[in-house]
Design a protein around this ligand. Structure first.
Ligand SMILES: C=CC1=C(C)c2cc3[nH]c(cc4nc(cc5[nH]c(cc1n2)c(C)c5CCC(=O)O)C(CCC(=O)O)=C4C)c(C)c3C=C
Ligand SMILES: [Fe+2]
Length: 425
């Protein structure tokens, strides 16, 4: 079986529907209105199975296809993500850049060097060399366009997709320009940090004279070596993070939540998705001094098991109406999950990583948190209303600050012989 089929098989390994079938329970879908978008969610979408463990630590994930990889792909262990600003004002240069990036990305994700080496020893090597002999490590490279890509420079202003809005300012945002925006975002994920860094570095090298890095952020989660079972990873606050993510191995669910559809407009974005990035710093020292009760009430889940408060299993159904003997909700109404659940009507695909970027030399505190990444079919109907709600009353706000932000139109995938962006420019 080739790697693509192995991965598909791994994705399909245990969907919630399979689990229900095994349990002999018939699942009936519900059609719910979500801000004008008809959204299909399985009836008990909160009670589900762990995401499938990837088939192996190494392996190749195909770069070409209908969708870009790195969106619904099961998460790798590391991320190296950067945003570029274009320094050229020529659309021909931009096209050439995307053509070069596409062929380089296809090679790199196969574990090859960025291009064939020159035989001239008087020239610098074509590839920087630090991933020589390493595998492709399930690497994916995903490209997205920021709103500034559609300003007056390239004659594409009329083509800016309506969902690619300027994100509003949310309550208590402390967004800094140096960690935000950018004309183009490149998300590299892999099961090895050196392989991921190598890819981003070589793409930056190719961009010389056309684009420069605006921000760069590394991220990580526990490695598959530390947890071969692929159980839900824990964030830096010690809680399982990702338990109630939608099961996007089900293409119907992915189409409803993640992939822009032809009817959504513009047609060239069909098969693409809108990525939100938020660099969210955690007040780790304050969190570490709060009681276990406070921590669990903040998230609405038990720390050890990841189960919703009052339940014992991580994937047990959320019952937000349940009250204790004193008539108080078992899961506090201002807990993170009670709010983010959005009554089951609005969903996003989260794909974030922890980050640790040293410390604040003035205060001696850690600069660490969550590189929050999520994918939306239309962020105006998904991330924005969700974050508006969280920003206003989430108990978690006591412990976090959003310091970086970006919204990017992740283009549909390219076919072999084509390039990322070929439907637009
Ligand atoms: C606007 C969207 C969200 C932001 C920003 C966000 C920040 C954030 N989240 C955690 C930790 C957890 N989040 C959990 C669940 C959860 N979070 C969101 C959305 C945002 N989170 C959603 C949609 C959900 C699922 C809600 C549901 O329907 O159940 C959890 C619980 C486990 C899980 O399901 O993943 C944790 C833990 C942090 C630390 C954070 C910012 C730093
Ligand atoms: Fe969350």
């Amino acid at each position: 079986m080739d790697t693509k089929r192995l991965e598909e098989a791994a994705n399909k390994k245990m969907t919630r529907r399979d689990a229900l079938k095994l349990a002999g329970v018939g699942g009936i879908g519900l059609l719910l209105g979500a801000g004008g978008m008809k959204t299909f969610f399985p009836a008990t979408s909160t009670a589900k199975q762990a995401p499938p463990a990837p088939s192996s630590v190494d392996g190749t994930i195909p770069f070409y296809g209908k969708h870009q990889s790195g969106i619904t792909t099961p998460m790798q262990d590391f991320i190296c993500m950067g945003a570029f600003d274009l320094t050229t004002t020529s659309i021909d240069d931009v096209r050439k850049l995307f053509q070069s990036w596409t062929s380089a990305a296809a090679r790199l994700t196969e574990g090859k060097s960025v291009d064939d080496e020159s035989e001239n020893p008087h020239l610098p090597p074509v590839d920087t060399g630090e991933s020589m002999g390493l595998g492709s490590m399930r690497m994916t490279i995903t490209f997205g366009l920021g709103a500034s890509f559609f300003d007056e420079r390239f004659g594409l202003a009329g083509k800016r997709p309506a969902p690619l809005v300027d994100l509003p300012r949310f309550n208590s945002d402390e967004i800094r320009k140096e960690w935000s925006g950018g004309d183009i975002v490149v998300q590299v994920c892999a099961n090895d940090p050196q392989v991921a860094f190598h890819a981003l570095r070589n793409l930056a090298r190719i961009a010389r004279g056309k684009a420069v890095l605006h921000w760069l952020q590394d991220g990580f989660q526990r490695t598959s070596a530390a947890d071969p079972s692929g159980s839900t990873p824990r964030n830096l606050m010690g809680f399982k993070d990702g338990s109630n993510n939608p099961q996007v191995s089900d293409a119907k669910v992915a189409d409803e939540i993640v992939w822009a559809q032809t009817e959504d407009n513009p047609a060239w974005m069909a098969g693409g998705s809108y990525m939100v990035m938020r660099r969210i710093r955690m007040r780790i020292e304050v969190w570490d001094r709060s009681s276990l009760d406070d921590q669990e009430s903040t998230f609405g889940r038990h720390r050890q098991s990841g189960a919703p408060l009052g339940k014992s299993g991580e994937f047990d159904e959320l019952e937000l109406d349940r009250k204790d003997s004193a008539g108080k909700p078992v899961i506090p109404a201002t807990s993170h999950i009670a709010l983010a659940h959005m009554e089951g009507k609005i969903k996003i695909l989260r794909r974030g990583y922890s980050y640790s970027s040293g410390m604040d030399v003035k205060t001696g505190q850690l600069d660490a948190g969550l590189l929050f990444i999520c994918f939306n079919r239309d962020p105006r109907k998904q991330f924005i209303p969700m974050q508006q709600k969280l920003a206003s009353v989430d108990q978690l706000n006591e412990y976090i600050t959003h310091v970086g932000s970006g919204l990017y139109a992740c283009l549909p995938g390219a076919n072999e012989g084509g390039y990322i962006g070929d439907k637009l420019f």
